[in-house]
Structures are given as structure tokens and as C-alpha cells.
Design a protein around this ligand. Sequence first.
Ligand code: NCD
Length: 323
Amino acid sequence: MPRPSANIARIEGNFKEKDIISIDQFDPADIDMLIEEANAMKAMVSKQGRSDLLADKIVADLFYEPSTRTFISFEGAAKRLSADTVATQGVDTSSMVKGETIADTVRVAECSADIIVIRHQLAGAATIAAEYASVPVINGGDGVGEHPTQALLDFMTLKENTQKKPEDLTVTLMGDLAYGRTGHSFALLLAKYGIKLNYVAPEHLEMPRDLVEKLNKLGIEQYETDSLDEVLQQTDALYVTRIQKERIAPEVLAKIGDNFVIDEKVMARAPKDMLLMHPLPRVGEIDEKLDSDPRAKYFEQVQNGVYIRMALLALISGRSIRS
Ligand code: NCD
């Protein structure tokens, strides 16, 4: 039986001891507060590199699915605040291979750690972890479910690079919108600000119906197409995602056409100030020649991820770098 310790509550201005499982927990004021803390982290890092804000804390990074950025980012975020980390990467080296449950794993982890970050191939895994752990749990990506810290860093990057008010923005999500959790979390977040959304996906990879309906009920303007050119001129930020081959049944994968590529030709047709974003890893969707295009923001996203995760670790611990 799950323990009644899950604290997957709405943030409502108070992050202390909360589990961070879904973007649904956040209001715009919470997101703005987190970004403010992240900006303070950025200033601290540029001034002194690290702080001892969490020197008495240990963070468990439990990564049961492949990860480069998110793992390094959470590890780096903890260490920049002088927290120690205990980490496990990959199912092969953990007791999961022996059949240990998520519930038991987190109860072991909490014996050594004050905060647990979990990435797992199962949608809903982070919720289960939160239900069993008595320490706060952060969702580092749960299968096709959500990836809330990614959406938060994506929004920080978007905000930083536009003069427009959120309600005047249009974001186009492109690629694998069915199996890509980053697109799900980002759409949920953008909807909170009333941002208009375009979805460009090949057949079989469209945004899940339940998510589209949920945002419809909130009155969000959404437009679906399989042609980028149809919406390119009206796009303020183009968010590209890779096809999640490892999550797609082979018979479905066989029906999906050639990979789409954003290259210099596409960017020549795009608005002069359109931001080009990607959660990475890219596997050919964005031509490397675009890396020097000032509109390309994907490495800035990675950098902001460290600040967002530092801010989260601090606020969950009831601390702030600003006080
Ligand atoms: C993404 C993920 O793991 O969902 N990567 C990341 O965390 N930046 C995107 C992906 O794997 O395509």
C-alpha cells in the first residue's frame, strides 16, 4: 500500500517538501517564482561558481532510462549548491534487474538521501515513487508521460529570448508529439500562459487526443497540421523533437515517413526572430550548420536546465539563494 506521504499538491507559492511530478502542479506565479530563483542561481554561478546552500543535503539521482543532459544537469545542480549525490544509472546496474519494485527502490534511496530524482521508462513511475517516499521526489522523465523540469527550462529560455508578452506568442511543437514527453509537458506549461499552439507531426505521431481536449477545454488555440510551412510565418518559437524510436512499436515505426530536417533552407524562410528550440538529443532533425544561427537556442536550454534544477532543489529544501 502506498504511504500517505505523497505531496503532489499544487505549489501555490510554496515549494517546500513538495514532490515535482507534473506541470499541472504549477500556476504561472509559481513558474515565475522558480525562474526568478533560477536567475539568481545563474548570477551566483557566474560570480562564485558554487555555494554551500545545500551542503547538508544528499540528492539521489535514480536514472533507469538513458540520459545524458538531465542526469549531468541534476548532478551538476546539486554539486553547485554543495549537496552530495548518490546516483544510479541504467537498469542493468541496479536491483531493478533483480525485480525490485519502484516502491522498494525509493524506500532504500530515502535512507541515504533528502531528495530523490527519478527517471523511469514507465509513465506514472514518478507518482508511484512519490507515493512511497517520505522525501520529496522530482520527476526526471517518466516514459511517455511528463518531463516537468525540461518544460520549465524550456520556458525560461523562451522568456529570456522574447520581448513579447506570453499571451501574444505562438509556439509550434514539431516532431514526435505522441511519444515525446517534453512536448507534452511544454504544451501543458504554455497553455497556462494562454500561448497559442501549433502542432506539426507526421501521421501516427500526433499529440495525444486527451491532451488536446484538455487544452481545448481551457480555451487554448491549437492548430494541427503535417506541414511546417503552413504555420512557419506565424511561429515565434519552433520546438523540434526527435522521433522516440525506442518507444514506438516496430509496425508503427515502419509506417512513419522520412525524418524531417530543419536546415538553412527552412530557417531562411522562417521569421528573422523565430527561436529554434530542441530538448536534445537531436538525431538529424536540426542541421548542425544552424548551431551558429543566433536563433538556435538549444544549448542555452541545456545551460538554463542547470539553473532551473538548482532553483528547484533549493526551494524544495525551503531555501533560497536570495536570502
Ligand atoms: C528528452 C527526454 O529524455 O525526454 N531529453 C532530455 O531530457 N533533454 C528528449 C528525448 O529523449 O528526445
